[in-house]
Design a protein around this ligand. Structure first.
Ligand SMILES: *Cc1c(COP(=O)(O)O)cnc(C)c1O
Length: 384
């Protein structure tokens, strides 16, 4: 065996020893609610498709029509030939929903963060970032070449201490957080962070991947507090509650204009497929109008945390804590036995020494699905 394969095998063996090896198992989504996996049909609590929009008949029809009309691929980057007529409607809806002048759509949420952070922070600058931020925010921060300082999770005083100590030495400063934390499900204190950033002439970027469509009357985490938070850089994804694919940044017009000119992952990557853009636009129309749908995932999550005596859910995501990765895997397997798909979340997705089973509630779950899941989890807790 050559050295490359030996290197890979050695790394994999080390991962395996720590119960951290992941399996790329085949999962067939039967509809927005159920999956077929290992020959069995399970009710899924694993998906980020919080509103079931990936399988919504109206959204699917809009997508199919766009494919028929414009083809399956964009053909080029948006600045060349890939900016098909459907983009304008999507960006207009995003800006309206987020209350900004403008919006710009990228190929994915990951591409948005690795494009936007390095554009607004560079070698002379400072990035102040929550320690539990999503991996692609960290990747963007590292790519920027700025000094990166992380603060204790959701600790505004710790963020302030960093700014007091280091802001004056930096040219520009970004404060970066998830709006809803993707594994824990908690909201960030966006109003406080927004005010703090203003005070220090820093620019707040909030990642709303898990907020859009499900908190703040569907408008996302910026709007999930007593008053709208001051967030000049609102980014997120079209691949979770929106049910499609892509990423976006909502901001003032000059900011969006600069992104279109200079964000590398925007300029040098092909535009989204037309069918995907049409799907996202149709899904946003549902999100903007159907409050019964956008309020249901959080209501189900709250009922679940109340039943189990867990801290009250702030989003449709509930992290059921497990003491070790091995225990999280065992709990996930036991839930599959009971008919539910809920993944064990292990490091490096969560910090070393922690693990959980992540439960994501969706508008398409029935009351009975949620009640039976609560019973199964309660039973596992009694047995532990
Ligand atoms: C999923 C996720 C992303 C990445 O979005 P994609 O569109 O899937 O690339 C970014 N940030 C957070 C917080 C996420 O959960």
């Amino acid at each position: 065996m050559d050295s490359l394969n030996r290197f890979a095998e050695r790394k994999l063996a080390a991962i395996e020893r720590r119960s951290l090896r992941r399996e790329l198992g085949v999962v067939e989504r039967v509809d927005a609610r159920r999956v077929r996996r290992g020959g069995r049909e399970l009710v899924s609590f694993a998906s980020n498709d919080y509103l079931g929009l990936s399988h919504d008949p109206g959204v699917v029809a809009a997508s199919v029509e766009a494919v028929r009309r414009f083809g399956v691929g964009a053909g080029a980057s948006r600045l060349i030939e890939g900016n098909h007529p459907l983009y304008a409607a999507l960006e207009q809806r995003l800006a309206a929903l987020k209350g900004t002048d403008a919006a710009i759509v990228f190929g994915s949420g990951y591409l948005t963060n690795v494009g936007v952070l390095p554009l607004f922070a560079g070698a002379a600058d400072l990035v102040v970032i929550d320690e539990l931020c999503h991996s692609c925010l960290l990747a963007g921060a590292e790519l920027s070449g700025a000094a990166v300082r992380s603060f204790a999770h959701n600790d505004v005083a710790a963020a302030r201490a960093l700014l007091e100590r280091e802001r004056a030495d930096a040219r520009h400063c970004l404060v970066v957080t998830d709006g809803v934390f993707s594994m824990e499900g908690e909201l960030a204190p966006l109003p406080e962070l927004g005010a703090l950033a203003r005070e220090f002439d820093a620019w707040l970027l909030a990642d709303d991947a898990h907020g859009l469509g499900v908190v703040g009357s569907g408008r996302g985490s910026t709007f999930a507090h007593a008053a709208p938070a001051d967030v000049p850089l609102q980014m997120g994804t079209l691949s979770k509650a929106v049910g499609a694919y892509g990423g976006y940044l909502c901001a003032d017009a000059p900011v969006v204009e600069l992104v279109a000119n200079r964000a590398r992952s925007f300029v040098y990557s092909t535009g989204l497929p037309p069918g995907t853009v049409a799907a996202a636009t149709a899904a946003l129309d549902v999100i903007a109008t159907d409050t019964a749908r956008t309020s249901r995932p959080l209501a189900l999550a709250r009922r679940f945390t109340e039943t189990l005596g867990l801290p009250g859910a702030g989003s449709p995501i509930v992290a059921w804590p497990c003491p070790t990765p091995a225990r999280a895997l065992a709990a996930s397997r036991a839930l599959a036995e009971a008919g539910f798909f809920a993944p064990a979340i292990r490091p490096p997705t969560v910090p070393p020494g922690t693990a959980c089973v992540r439960l994501a509630f969706s508008a398409v779950h029935t009351d009975d699905d949620a009640a039976r899941l609560a019973e199964a989890v309660a039973e596992l807790e009694r047995a532990a």
